[in-house]
Design a protein. Structure first.
Length: 247
């Protein structure tokens, strides 16, 4: 099988087996913020959010490291687009999550800095309704089940969100904004939050500057922080992969 990558194509139907996309973002930030944004790494991080798939199904790894090279979080998503036509769209997905923490543990009776792995299984549902070409409203639900000892066993994460994908500023420069409110329940501990991500970008240019702000409204969740923010430099890319049968 031969793989050809480019942004557009025109081939006869009998010469192409299928079309796949490969897209994603790679970013560096002063403060790594988690998928559930009331938690953060608290230090600089590098993130790679990737997607490989077809029209409906995709494999979306989410890989996060501290800038010192220590693993932070790996999420291996399998996602499926349930509804793709018209204004209403809905995605669903499942993932295996791996969270890494550095702990001091006794090794041969000597205190040793050790990376401890904690695993999670999660599922998500994400309906969205497009009010206009660049404006959508939606909801998001994620359930996570902790596998290992010491993990949060049951997490419910529910958001009401909006997305303004292209607010024109000057010439080819535009702003993206994605404000949301969300509810979080972790083993019976509850919290309410406001969160928004802003991105400053330019047409046909792969780099953007983004910032995420997270404000606790009310919470009794252990480890929750009143206010979290970050600033990131993001590189985006997107390619089409044409898979042709080998001859």
């Amino acid at each position: 099988m031969t793989i050809i990558a480019h942004s557009s194509f025109s081939q006869s139907a009998d010469s192409i087996e299928s079309l796949r996309h490969f897209s994603g973002t790679v970013s560096v930030t002063n403060n790594g913020i988690s998928l559930v944004p009331n938690f953060s790494l608290g230090k600089p991080a590098a993130l790679a959010l990737l997607s490989l798939g077809g029209k409906r199904f995709s494999f979306d790894p989410d890989i996060r490291f501290s800038l010192k090279g220590k693993p932070w979080t790996f999420l291996f998503w399998a996602r499926y687009k349930l509804f793709t036509e018209g204004r209403f769209k809905m995605n669903t997905g499942v993932h295996l999550g791996m969270n890494f923490r550095t702990s001091t543990l006794p090794v041969n009776n000597v205190p040793t800095e050790t990376i401890v792995l904690r695993r999670y299984l999660a599922s998500e549902l994400a309906p969205n309704y497009w009010l206009a070409k660049n404006i959508s409203i939606g909801a998001y639900y994620l359930y996570s089940r902790g596998i290992d000892d010491g993990t949060v066993k049951n997490t419910h994460f529910i958001t009401l969100n909006s997305n303004f994908t292209r607010i024109p500023l000057i010439k080819k420069i535009y702003l993206r904004a994605a404000p949301q409110v969300y509810f979080l329940n972790q083993d019976g501990k509850k919290g309410y939050y406001f969160n928004s991500t802003f991105a400053l970008a330019k047409e046909d240019f792969p780099l953007a500057v983004t910032s995420t702000l997270n404000r606790e409204l009310h919470s009794n969740i252990i480890g929750s922080k009143k206010f979290i923010w970050n600033l990131s430099l993001v590189y985006s890319f997107s390619k089409n992969l044409i898979l042709k049968p080998a001859h």
